[in-house]
Design a protein around this ligand. Structure first.
Ligand code: PEP
Ligand code: MG
Length: 755
């Protein structure tokens, strides 16, 4: 039983020869188990492959009865083999038969074997099967033997993933091709059918077996050294020197980059004959397997950090640049990511991007809003999705139900093709509503406007029948650009937007950058701990007047001879509005002096999205010519809940007394001061929420194009006076804090209103 430590490299060399032979996948697997048994001096070596019905089928063996191959199978969780698959952990037993999980399979003839070593066959953290060696003698396998078996299991995993090992004589497929249905939350409606593109592509290691182990040890050490230097460098850079989440992550990276256990495991794998990159992959795969089983969010995050670091190391070794998916996108790309910033979404060709599936994310985070504006379906909070997919897998993202179907069965796929057709028919119905005036049953006019941000959004104005652009997010132009848009470029865009809108009014919002809307070409001078409450929007605009002045000038020039409506985001104190207004006046005077044609009318307004404004409403409405409630930010600050937080996204309901009272107060004051008021946050685009907004006094709402149809359907069926009389008493002090959402749902059902 000696000589094991010297043998692994020899074994891997043999396996490489087997991999190169022009034989079928089944023959290859037969030869592999044979080589393992010989090399490890084991009397049995068997490979079980996981099928899509959660069954482990014996695919190859030496030592057990050959007739049992493709006949014997165990359920995941059944017997020792099933236990290894269920827990993705190896078992090393001197006497397997006394283990409580031992399941006797008479056809295999395994009763005479006592010692048992079984390891999961893992790929990117997924269990694809189980590899076992057995001996008659009672013995415990050494750590080195465990390592050798794990290493060979990795090679088998790549073989399974490469295809060719189809189930024999039974129906069903291998687990790696198994259709999966994942439950998440629908963030942006619509259905996308297509193929998986990983936002952060896994580095595919194709060269697994080393020619020269010493050389590989050297490569691994060099790469680790470079990794450490790059993490140290990042940490010493002034822009990440400040405390904050970003720095914490990097600190964790540094800790792990020096983690002895991690390095030891990788070195061991190299010494056993793997290439440096294959050893990183092997250790990473074990880590992912642990991550998938981990429920503690803190530990999961830490494992994710390790995973990210291992990816960096792989890229270092393989000379690949860091960063998002490059190269050609398939025609029907469904991008799968842990999470993503709004700006990164623009890296993808919109014509090819069908949908987004995120492991994290929140319904009012900016990436969601941008996706919604672009009409891209999004499902978020899909636990473990990144590990479960393979690039190129067929996938369906259903933003309406929050479901994702991975490798869908043909009947699921055809059901969805039908659903897409049905949606198209419904959209056609909505289009028929386009020219109908949006008036409630009791004769109240409701202005329905569109949220937009790019020129490509403009055709929606005509298609949806919206009465104008209620919010034009000017920062989107900056986010899609690779460098700062110049005055002339800004002017050109604004002019084209106004041209496209024709007679319909457009409300521009000045730049809302900062926070999580970072521009890739602007280096922030200071990392902020709470960027949403940091140096963003009008704060940045007033402190960097060059930026805001240029934008104002571009807007004034583009609106020459027409009407300009401009509002400022994140106003906290009304003096900020006054300063911004003074800037507009100065620019106006400048343009006039230089003979430019000025706008016929200029209306200036604010976004109400910081709670402090609620306590200055009289002063505010005396100053501004219009206002628009940014409920996304207003909610996050009122409820002290980060709008991008996955865990808080469902915690507080905006359809609650405090929120509705606050929104009603704004509507009441605006009407008292005769100031036109709109609400342009995501609340306006959801029929039930929009119904409540109408009841508390809103008559102008702005939303994404896809929401116009469903919200208008609700408006046409609503008697707003009746709902108001039922809802307002429920907001009074002394009334119990009843479930207002439930009340609204019941009301809608009672009145036959679709929400
Ligand atoms: C809001 O905060 O509600 C809003 C409309 O602005 P944004 O979502 O762009 O922050
Ligand atoms: Mg906002």
């Amino acid at each position: 039983m000696r000589g094991i430590a010297a043998a692994p490299r020899l074994l891997l060399r043999r396996l490489r020869e087997v991999l190169a032979e022009p034989i079928s996948a089944q023959e290859r697997l037969d030869k592999i188990v044979d080589q393992i048994a010989t090399n490890m001096v084991a009397e049995v070596c068997s490979a079980y492959v996981l099928r899509s019905d959660d069954t482990l089928e014996l695919y190859a063996t030496v030592g057990l009865n050959r007739e049992a191959v493709h006949q014997t199978s165990l359920k995941v969780g059944e017997g020792l083999v099933g236990l290894i698959a269920a827990e993705a952990r190896y078992l090393n037993l001197p006497n397997a038969q006394v283990h409580p999980a031992f399941a006797y399979k008479p056809e295999t003839g395994e009763e005479m074997f006592n010692a048992f070593l079984g390891v999961p066959i893992l790929r990117a953290g997924r269990t694809l099967g189980v590899l076992v060696v057995q001996n008659k003698a009672h013995r415990t396998y050494t750590e080195e033997e465990v390592e050798v078996l794990q290493t060979t299991a990795m090679i088998i995993a790549e073989m399974i993933a490469a295809g060719g090992l189809e189930p024999i004589g039974r129906t069903g497929t291998l687990d790696i091709k198994r259709p999966l249905r994942l439950e998440g939350l629908g963030f942006s409606e619509g259905v996308g059918l297509g193929h998986v593109v990983l936002h952060e592509p896994r580095v595919v290691v194709s060269n697994l077996i080393a020619d020269d182990t010493n050389h590989e040890v050297g490569r691994l050490n060099d790469a680790i050294e470079k990794l450490r230097i790059s993490v140290d460098d990042l940490l010493s850079r002034s822009d990440v020197a400040a405390p904050g989440e970003h720095r914490e992550v990097l600190e964790a990276y540094r800790l792990y980059a020096y983690d002895r256990g991690w390095l030891r495991k990788m070195e061991e794998a190299v010494r056993n004959g793997l290439t440096a990159e294959a050893s990183v992959e092997k250790v990473q795969s074990d880590m992912r397997a642990r991550m998938l089983r981990q429920t503690d969010p803190y530990l999961r995050d830490r494992l994710h950090d390790f995973d990210a670091l291992a990816n960096r190391l792989l890229r270092e070794l393989m000379g690949r640049p860091h960063g998002p998916a490059g190269g050609m996108l398939p025609k029907d790309a469904i991008v799968v990511a842990r999470n993503m910033g709004a700006a990164e979404l623009f890296d993808y060709d919109r014509d090819r991007l069908r949908a987004l599936a995120l492991e994290e994310g929140a319904p009012t985070s900016h990436v969601t809003i941008v996706a919604r504006a672009l009409g891209i379906p999004v499902v978020g909070q899909l636990s473990g999705v990144v590990s479960l997919v393979e690039p190129g897998d067929p996938i369906i993202v259903d933003g309406d139900s929050g479901q994702v179907h991975l490798r869908p069965a043909p009947d699921v796929e055809s059901a969805y093709v039908e659903k897409v057709r049905f949606r198209a028919r419904r959209q056609a119905q909505y289009r028929r509503l386009r020219s109908k005036p949006s008036v409630t049953k009791d004769g109240q006019d409701v202005r329905m406007q569109l949220n937009a941000g790019l020129l490509v959004d403009m055709p929606h104005l005509e298609e949806s029948g919206a009465s104008g652009i209620g919010l034009f997010r000017t920062e989107l132009q900056f986010m899609v650009a690779s460098s700062f848009p110049r005055l002339s470029e800004q002017e050109r865009l604004y002019r084209s937007v106004l041209d496209a809108a024709g007679d319909k009014p457009v409300t521009f919002r000045s730049l809302d950058i900062g926070g999580d809307k970072v521009l890739p070409y602007v280096r922030q001078s200071e990392e902020e701990e709470n960027p949403a409450m940091g140096w963003r929007a009008i704060r940045l605009g007033l402190d960097r007047p060059g930026l805001l002045r240029t934008q104002i000038r571009a807007l004034l020039k583009a609106s020459g001879g027409r009407d300009l409506r401009l509002m400022f985001p994140m106003v906290t104190d009304i003096s900020e509005f006054e300063r911004a207004k003074a800037m507009v006046e100065r620019e106006k005077a400048f343009l006039k002096k230089h003979g430019y044609k000025l706008p016929d009318t200029i209306r200036l307004g604010v976004m109400i999205e910081v709670p402090s404004l609620l306590f200055q409403l009289d002063e505010l409405f005396n100053l501004v010519q219009f206002a628009s409630v940014g409920s996304n930010d207003l909610m996050q600050f009122m409820l002290a809940s980060d709008r991008g937080s996955t865990r808080l996204s469902n915690r507080y309901d905006p359809m609650s007394k405090p929120v509705l009272r606050a929104l009603k107060l704004i509507a009441d004051k605006a009407s008292e001061h005769h100031v036109p008021l709109t609400l342009c946050g995501e609340l306006a685009g959801r029929p039930l929420e929009a119904m409540a907004l109408l009841a508390i006094g809103y008559r102008s709402i702005s939303m994404s194009a896809a929401s116009i149809g469903p919200v208008k359907t609700m408006v046409l069926d609503l008697d707003v006076g009746r709902l108001r009389s039922r809802l307002l008493p429920r907001l009074e002090p002394g009334t119990p804090a009843a479930d207002l959402r439930l009340f609204l749902k019941q009301y809608a059902a009672e009145q036959g209103i679709t929400v």
